[in-house]
Design a protein around this ligand. Structure first.
Ligand code: PGA
Ligand code: ZN
Length: 425
């Protein structure tokens, strides 16, 4: 039974305050959970409660912490920590809003994670096994964002994330090693081409070179893969997160890409060109967060070739996902626990997605902490894919390091490689 629940503020990777919750059980289980924080958040996400006012330039989380200690704690103390669903639904109930605005998505998500970890600890099983039982043996294919753009970097790249996907390997650790080698080759290339300022990194640990064009970034990734001695497409593929809601001009109904206004039709053509010229296996948020229609058209034309991933489109929300499934808007979903707010709702979304034949990508946020829960979730739900940034910056490497540990721990680790994609590019 839960004995104590304690919230406090701590710092995230951008130096902003965030919520940490520690849950202790009578069986001496301890679980610590953290709320991550996005920069390119979707409109329909759970609300992140911030104080406003002067402290932390308005970003304080005093109220959210107080809500953990005064509203959540008294209700869940005495409950069985293994009753994740009941506890999560209790929090949803006392919040009472559709987007967790009263207690705060940040207060709720940190508590939800802490409860699961405390339960796993009490039962003396690793978190991934607590979540997925003995079948939790699939290591995810990582999608490593090694060139950062959009709102995550101070350069002029419109697209937010340029990822390498080491799918052509037989184990997670080999795939990670190769990716790290590519990362360092890219660093050399950027330094030689643009000087030492070009190897400064963005929010997710990827480089933020002074590039302006998508194709230039993709060319550099190909060059780095080759320089590291790997074969682009065959061993290491590419992926994009366009985060296109940021490029969409509401009034005009067009996207501005590299200074040019594109209708959604033209943007679709632009992607078609990229997919035919580069070994791309996945494009996330190709269209803005309300455009289920063009998403669906893109999926019907390209869904047999690449993953079309809804992040801001679905915001890990069961209702938005079912609308997506009904309209065939995508074939994959990005899963972020804090977008919906509780672990239980996250698992519901993952189940729905799998039943509909969607791929699931467990994802970090651009603002992260040292918490490694998403690694355990990825293995626990057999997601097959994870997105957790470049292999640099402690809050990103913590997740990769946890996966290395899990790979050693499980009896028969599997690495799905290209089977998680519609085809090899
Ligand atoms: P965010 O970005 O965490 O800043 O929202 C991540 C993403 O768009 O995938
Ligand atoms: Zn995204």
């Amino acid at each position: 039974l839960i004995k104590s629940v304690r919230g406090r503020w701590v710092l995230d990777s951008r130096g902003n305050p965030t919520v940490q919750v520690k849950v202790v059980t009578e069986g001496l289980g301890v679980g610590v959970g953290y709320a991550p924080s996005g920069a390119s958040t979707g409109t329909h996400e759970a609300l992140e409660l911030r104080d406003g006012g002067k402290e932390f330039h308005g970003k304080g989380v005093k109220r959210a912490v107080e809500n953990v200690n005064k509203m959540i704690a008294p209700v869940i103390i005495g409950m069985d920590s293994r009753k994740q669903y009941e506890i999560d639904m209790k929090m949803v109930e006392i919040d009472g809003t559709k987007n967790k605005a009263r207690i705060g998505g940040n207060a709720i998500v940190a508590t939800s994670i802490a409860v699961a970890k405390a339960a796993a600890h009490t039962m003396e099983v690793p978190l991934y096994q607590y979540i997925g039982g003995k079948q939790a043996n699939v290591l995810p294919v990582p999608m490593l964002n090694i060139i950062n753009g959009g709102v995550h970097a101070g350069n002029k790249l419109d697209f937010q994330e340029f990822m390498i996907v080491p799918a052509g390997f037989t184990s997670f650790s080999d795939a990670l090693r190769a990716s790290v080698e590519v990362y360092h080759e890219l660093k050399n290339i950027l330094k030689n081409k643009f000087g030492p300022l070009a190897i400064n990194v963005g929010d997710e640990g990827g480089f933020a070179p002074p590039l302006e064009r998508t194709r230039d970034a993709l060319d550099l990734l190909i060059e780095a893969i080759k320089a590291a001695g790997y074969s682009p497409g065959d061993q290491i593929a590419l992926a994009l997160d366009v985060a296109s809601s940021r490029l969409f001009k509401q009034g005009k109904g067009v996207y501005v890409v590299e200074g040019v206004e594109l209708t959604s039709d033209k943007l679709l053509e632009y992607y078609a060109g990229l997919v035919s010229d580069y070994p791309i296996v996945s494009i996330e948020d190709p269209f803005h967060e309300e455009d289920f229609e063009t998403f669906a058209r893109f999926t019907s034309e390209f869904g047999s070739k690449i993953l079309i991933v809804g992040d801001d489109l679905f915001v890990t929300n069961p209702e938005r996902l079912s609308r997506g499934i009904a309209t065939r808007a995508a074939n994959a979903i990005l899963v972020k626990v804090n977008q919906v707010g509780t672990l239980s709702e996250t698992f519901t979304v993952v189940d729905m997605a799998k039943t509909a034949g969607y791929r699931t990508i467990i994802s970090h946020r651009s603002g992260e902490t040292e918490d490694t829960t998403i690694s355990d979730i990825a293995v626990g739900v057999r997601a097959g894919l994870i997105k957790t940034g470049a292999p640099a910056r402690g809050e990103r490497t913590a997740k990769y390091n946890r996966l290395l540990e899990i790979e050693e721990e499980v009896e028969k680790p599997e690495y799905p490689g290209f089977t998680v994609f519609p085809r090899k590019p």
